[in-house]
Design a protein around this ligand. Structure first.
Ligand code: ZN
Length: 475
């Protein structure tokens, strides 16, 4: 039988919306949500769903099976609990595989007849529940491939031995600091090494060819944003271990895109990439790739900041000087009822030429003015509205004291920094300090930076990084 390549990436990209699992919209995935969705798929009858193990805290870990073909392919996601993007994409793929449309019938048929797919969505459900990288023991499962001290790691190894996959996919999220020559890394791929020399045997070559294939296929939607992830050998890591045991193993790292905090675009790229990879394996398409193309893929590096202010005239330790300011916005560990708090702080000060950020502002010709605190305190935060917030920012006030400070509420995405009327201290420009300032012209704010987020003030208009910032309703 002629094995044509049947995964037109444009069609898959366009169709993602149709298959997207609408019950998973926020990256915080709870175990019960996944269990409910898997139950539905099990009843649907097109996918075979089974519980194959239990986590340290006794949460079920599922295996989803599709196809009866000769090539065994295993995919697992979220062994790091705070890396959920691929899990969401796998549920989109489950919808795709279970669907009956004509458009993709031939591809589905080819996957089913050539491949036997074993999916393990969310291998670390305890970490997913608390949104930590590690499992409930505090162990990084992806460093446990040799010692096998975690139930989750033991399960993964048992599945590998039982199934003996020819191909394996290790699905992760990478941190938002990764970039490719200044462009945010949306997706990166690697063929983990099985020894320190990064030798290429037959099975690792196939993995490298798959990476090169994906690099090519994703280019139309993410040109310049796709690359290779570091493939230095790590003997205690699972991908490297699988590669050593003879499975052609591919690491897929979901990165970040500017102004896409819920990673919708990245999830879509995952959907396309994983189906492209499966279609390639089913048809042998990737074997046409020169493995050298893998080496030529650009490797991502660390250090992409959220914001760089260039050419600011500032005072540092009492000395006036010219400086660039890099600001990173990090989510805080503790989750509040209405989500994670963010904190934007200065992380570098000085000549930052050659450094990159998601967003840059040139302060040339503008006055850098540290954020001021409005002199009188308001009683409650519901006294705020968009008009009075703009008026305050316009006058250079970035901080507002509140008598009844809303404890336990996430105020970090608001366009003003709320401070407890009792505990306030003035804004400072120094490493580690919260980034609150305005860039002014003739005493009028043109831009405000509040907790690291940028707001354009000129023209009385908010233009910003996250939609949340525009929305005062949840006050
Ligand atoms: Zn990871």
């Amino acid at each position: 039988m002629e094995k044509n390549y049947l995964a037109p990436s444009a069609a898959l990209f366009a169709a993602h919306e149709r298959f997207k699992e609408s019950k998973l919209s926020k990256p915080r995935l709870k175990h019960h949500q996944l269990v409910d969705l898997l139950t539905d798929h099990s009843l649907g009858g097109r996918l075979e769903v089974a519980t194959v193990g239990r986590s340290t805290e006794n949460r079920s870990i599922a295996r989803v099976v599709f196809g009866q073909g000769p090539i065994r392919v295993m995919l697992w996601s979220q062994m790091h609990g705070d890396e959920p993007t691929a899990t969401m994409a796998l549920f989109d793929i489950f919808n795709f595989l279970a669907a009956e449309d004509q458009q993709f019938a031939a591809l589905r048929q080819q996957l089913a007849s050539q491949l036997t797919l074993w999916f393990i969505p969310a291998l670390n459900p305890d970490g997913a529940e608390r949104f930590t990288r590690e499992n409930a023991q505090g162990i990084d499962i992806n460093r446990d491939a040799q010692r096998l001290q975690t139930l989750e790691g033991q399960l993964l190894e048992k599945i590998r031995k039982d199934f003996d996959p020819q191909y394996a996919f290790n699905l992760h999220d990478q941190n938002p600091r990764h970039h490719l020559d200044g462009k945010a890394a949306h997706m990166t791929f690697s063929a983990p090494a099985y020894n320190d020399n990064k030798s290429l045997n037959k099975s690792r070559t196939a993995a490298a060819q798959l990476c090169a294939h994906l690099f090519e296929k994703l280019a139309p939607w993410a040109k310049g944003h796709v690359g290779r992830y570091d493939d230095s050998h790590c003997h205690r890591c699972f991908g490297d271990h699988f590669q050593r045991e003879g499975a052609s193993t591919i690491l897929i790292e979901s990165g970040h895109k500017y102004a896409d905090p819920d990673k919708r675009h990245i999830r879509r790229l995952n959907f396309v990439a994983i189906l492209e990879a499966l279609a390639a394996i089913a048809s042998g398409e990737h074997e046409k790739q020169d493995y050298k193309a893998y080496r030529e893929m650009p490797e991502n590096t660390d250090g992409l900041h959220d914001l760089i202010i260039r050419n600011a005239r500032v005072e540092l330790a009492g000395r006036p000087c010219l400086a660039d300011l890099a600001i990173d916005i990090e989510s805080q560990k503790e989750e509040l009822a209405d989500g994670f708090e963010y904190r934007g702080t200065y992380v570098k000060i000085g000549d930052l030429s050659g450094q990159h950020a998601y967003r840059e502002l040139d302060a040339e010709g503008l006055d850098f003015v540290l954020g001021k605190t409005f002199p009188s305190a308001i009683e409650q935060i519901d006294e705020l509205n968009e008009a009075n917030v703009l008026t305050l920012l316009d006058m250079g006030y970035t901080n507002l004291r509140v008598k009844a400070f809303p404890k336990g509420k996430n105020t970090s995405l608001l366009p003003l920094t709320l401070v407890d009327a009792q505990l306030h201290r003035p804004c400072r420009l120094a490493l580690g300090e919260q980034a609150n300032f305005t860039l002014q012209k003739n005493g009028k704010a043109q831009w405000a930076v509040v907790n690291g987020f940028v707001l354009q003030i000129a023209g009385n208009d908010f233009v910003d990084f996250t939609k949340n910032k525009l929305n005062l309703k949840h006050l």
